[in-house]
Design a protein around this ligand. Structure first.
Ligand code: HEM
Ligand code: HEM
Length: 185
């Protein structure tokens, strides 16, 4: 497929890297209770580190996108389909930010955050969000649960959007016979 019909190489690499990291992160957290007891803390810490990495990568991806608009959609896509795809992509970008950000905020509101510094992949200390850590304890507990709920619900919305996104891509590829996946490979 000619380059002007495809996403740019950095956009493609970032798309798949973020997709894989998010899938691993969800896998880790859904399976966390099946790990032996002394693995649970390291698994949750890895979840946090991967999440922060995703936040960094998505910011890079958005900056890159400003200078490199996506290739135009094939003329055969109807107006509704284009609008739907754009809206779904926008929601996916929001989720790529909301998930790690709500996780980081939830973790910063954890009552033991000060005595358990977060390490990024065990390499160096990653800061918590100061103004959240400074909330007084009773109110902080409320924030901790509320932000945990936001994080959990963002996860459910992600599952639905992911199903729509992959379903849409596969429909274009295999039902409509478009070279859809080639745009992102
Ligand atoms: C098996 C999994 C996946 C497949 C097969 C897939 C496939 C694709 C394809 C073919 C496109 C190009 C759409 C177009 O025609 O313009 C695309 C774009 C996109 N994908 Fe995925 N994707 C997957 C996973 C994900 C995940 C997990 C996310 C984020 C959570 C994601 C977010 C996006 C976004 C935001 C775009 C639009 C990019 C832009 O216009 O800047 N994808 N995907
Ligand atoms: C790619 C980004 C992320 C995704 C997709 C993600 C997804 C999830 C999901 C689906 C859950 C399970 C929610 C539930 O059912 O209760 C969860 C839990 C959690 N996440 Fe994340 N998360 C991400 C980033 C982060 C970050 C950056 C942090 C903190 C720095 C974080 C901290 C947590 C914590 C503390 C839990 C609760 C674990 C437990 O006590 O069982 N997450 N995450």
């Amino acid at each position: 497929m000619s380059p002007e019909k495809r996403y740019t190489r950095p956009a493609i690499i970032l798309h798949w890297l973020i997709a894989v990291l998010m899938a691993v992160n969800i896998g880790l957290i859904l399976l966390v209770e099946r790990f032996p007891d002394d693995w649970i803390r390291p698994v949750i810490d890895t979840h946090k580190s991967i999440g922060i990495t995703v936040l960094g990568l998505v910011l890079l991806r958005i900056l890159w996108r400003f200078g490199h608009p996506p290739p135009p959609m094939p003329a055969s896509y109807g107006r509704l389909e284009r609008g739907g795809a754009h809206a779904a992509h926008m929601v996916l970008y929001l989720l790529m930010i909301l998930l790690p950000l709500s996780g980081w905020m939830h973790d910063s509101a954890w009552k033991d955050a000060a005595t358990h510094p977060m390490q990024l992949f065990g390499l160096f200390e990653w800061p918590r969000i100061g103004w959240i850590m400074d909330i007084e304890p009773a109110a902080k507990e409320t924030w901790h649960s509320a932000l945990g709920a936001v994080h959990e619900w963002a996860g459910y919305v992600l599952y639905a959007m992911f199903a729509l996104h992959v379903g849409g891509a596969l429909k274009h590829q295999f039902v409509d016979g478009e070279r859809e996946l080639q745009r992102m490979i």
